[in-house]
Write a protein that binds this ligand. Structure first.
Ligand code: C5P
Length: 233
């Protein structure tokens, strides 16, 4: 994996827009996140294009199904030569172990890192309390899911920057922590709830920050990216 902590989310509809972004950010960004929208619209072709441009891929499909189905899906994804894949840790212990098994059984020289999504950064406390009827805090749940991820031998977790400190304390340095919901100072929050600046997230112990709209919707994407690098030093 790379030293550069920035992952840019290619949350666009098609390969033309994706390639435009990658070309505009040439020399600045190495790792790109491909999510459901772009993958469902372009399929493996977009992965091949990104690889041909000498970039790495975080394929963020957030799997969540019965253990056997997730095992088979992880085995398929592991053969795509991407650097990272994701699944929902709320799928539980059996599903997470099956996913690890799926990746291990794939015939590939370059297995991806398996990352567990804890609590989506678009959720706030009221989701946990009102919709899940739980008295626990969002942080407590995120920490529990991170511990479960470690027990199941995942390579890393995805969480809000707000929970990084507590999660690091609970799981130590073994797992990677990837944080979306990042907003450089003064930027539009959009639908994210538990946000932090790039520097706050990295200072708290995150290894990678995922940034989408503040870069891909910026008039000058290079300038927006350079400003982020300046902030994080
Ligand atoms: O545009 P923005 O910077 O909010 O994009 C964040 C990206 O990170 C999106 O692609 C979203 O799907 C993803 N993500 C997230 N929260 C998580 C996991 C992934 O926002 N917990």
């Amino acid at each position: 994996m790379q030293d550069n902590p920035l992952i840019v989310a290619l949350d666009v509809d098609d390969e033309v827009q994706a390639i435009d972004i990658i070309e505009e950010l040439a020399g600045l960004v190495k790792l790109y996140k491909v999510g459901l929208n772009l993958y469902l619209s372009e399929g493996d072709q977009i992965l091949n294009i990104i690889k041909s441009l000498d970039k790495e891929i975080f394929l963020d499909l957030k799997l969540f199904d019965i253990p056997n189905t997730v095992k088979d899906a992880c085995c398929q994804l592991a053969k795509k030569e991407v650097s990272m894949i994701t699944l929902h840790t709320l799928g539980g212990k059996e599903m997470l172990k099956a996913a690890v098994d799926g990746v291990r059984h794939a015939e590939t020289d370059k297995p991806p890192l398996l990352l567990g999504v804890t609590v989506l950064t678009s959720f706030d406390e009221s989701f946990i309390n009102e919709q899940l009827s739980s008295n626990k805090s969002l942080e407590e749940i995120a920490v529990e899911l991170a511990i479960l991820s470690k027990k199941c031998s995942l390579d890393g977790i995805v969480c809000s920057a707000k929970e990084v400190k507590a999660i690091r304390k609970a799981i130590g340095d073994d797992l990677l922590i990837i944080t979306p919901g990042i907003r450089p100072k003064g930027e539009d929050v959009f639908d994210q709830q538990r946000i932090a600046t790039p520097k706050q997230a990295l200072d708290a112990g995150a290894n990678y920050i995922v940034i989408g709209r503040p870069i891909i919707k910026a008039k000058d994407k290079r300038q927006a990216t350079e400003a982020i690098y300046q902030e994080i030093g």
